[in-house]
Design a protein around this ligand. Sequence first.
Ligand SMILES: Cc1cc2nc3c(=O)[nH]c(=O)nc-3n(C[C@H](O)[C@H](O)[C@H](O)COP(=O)(O)OP(=O)(O)OC[C@H]3O[C@@H](n4cnc5c(N)ncnc54)[C@H](O)[C@@H]3O)c2cc1C
Length: 248
Amino acid sequence: MDDALYFSEQHVAVREMVREFARDEVAPVAARFDADATFPWANVKRMGELGLLGVPWSEALGGAGLDLISYMIVIEELAKVDASHGLTVSAHTTLGTSPIVHFGTEEQKLRYVPLLAAGKVMGGFGLTEPEAGSDAGGTRTMAVRKKDHYVLNGVKRFITHGHVGEIFVVTAVTTPGQGTKGISSFILTKPTGDLEAAAAAGVGHDPSLPAMRGFRAGKKEDKLGWRASDTAELIMEDVEVPVENRLG
Ligand SMILES: Cc1cc2nc3c(=O)[nH]c(=O)nc-3n(C[C@H](O)[C@H](O)[C@H](O)COP(=O)(O)OP(=O)(O)OC[C@H]3O[C@@H](n4cnc5c(N)ncnc54)[C@H](O)[C@@H]3O)c2cc1C
């Protein structure tokens, strides 16, 4: 197949850059990190420096300003060598950051996207619950409005970056009885559960993000595969979320 049919010179350059990174930095640690379920903080730092944690976002928001084909090339080249690294980039970008890029207010975008796009902290998306997976209409997490904030209660499970991440878009029922139409999304923040490892790598924690009381990671999943990708519960107990953190 002729590359030129599908790929521009820029796509080929991105592919070469990620291939080299995957060969030199990911391959040597992939098997060990998978066996030990170690989150690859040092490589996260390097991926941030290479622009791999904000590939499709505009340069104005701190992204690399590249197209979706470039983004797919990045995930494919990483996943060829280690699926966990590919998932780290895709969950952070598509699940964690894209809802804010696509539906956030200007203030929300400027506050959160540059941190995520540069890979300074990890992001995630919390939808799945014990009774809500394929069917988001089964969501039980509740958000009740009280003057200038919402109070969130509930448990999310299988959340990529639930333990290591700091910025999350979380879904909750705001109007009961309306199925998926009664669900809203909120931006929640907490400190990474890996403070020591993150500090050693020099990424993963931003002290300017509020540690919302009652918002924390729960059980970490001991998975059969993708073991260097972090998957955990997110627990919300009377978390007070400012109204301005409602998405959009
Ligand atoms: C490694 C990993 C990372 C994840 N990361 C995240 C994350 O970051 N954020 C997040 O919110 N979630 C995450 N998830 C959860 C994932 O999105 C859910 O597992 C998925 O949506 C399925 O939900 P469930 O597990 O409740 O299964 P169920 O919805 O109970 O489905 C079980 C099975 O039934 C089938 N099924 C369901 N409904 C129907 C139907 N109507 N007709 C026919 N078949 C049906 C499904 O295809 C599936 O095979 C992650 C999961 C894994 C394994």
